[in-house]
Design a protein. Sequence first.
Length: 74
Amino acid sequence: MDFPSTYQSPKELRTKVVNYLAAGTLVWVALPETKQIEVYVPGRPMKLLGLDGTPDGGDVLPGFTLAVKDIFAE
């Protein structure tokens, strides 16, 4: 999971995502300002999950889930 830093440009973040996907990696990008998670799976369209979403580990971490609301719990 990547929490974009304040000094990281959107272009730099997208480059990281593309590189991770090219390596076959599952990518979750946390968007704290909107409390959403972008889920990237190689070969599939990006899924945007809100507070009611629950991304899973797919083939990388079978059986692993983490509710978006728990990621952003205060």
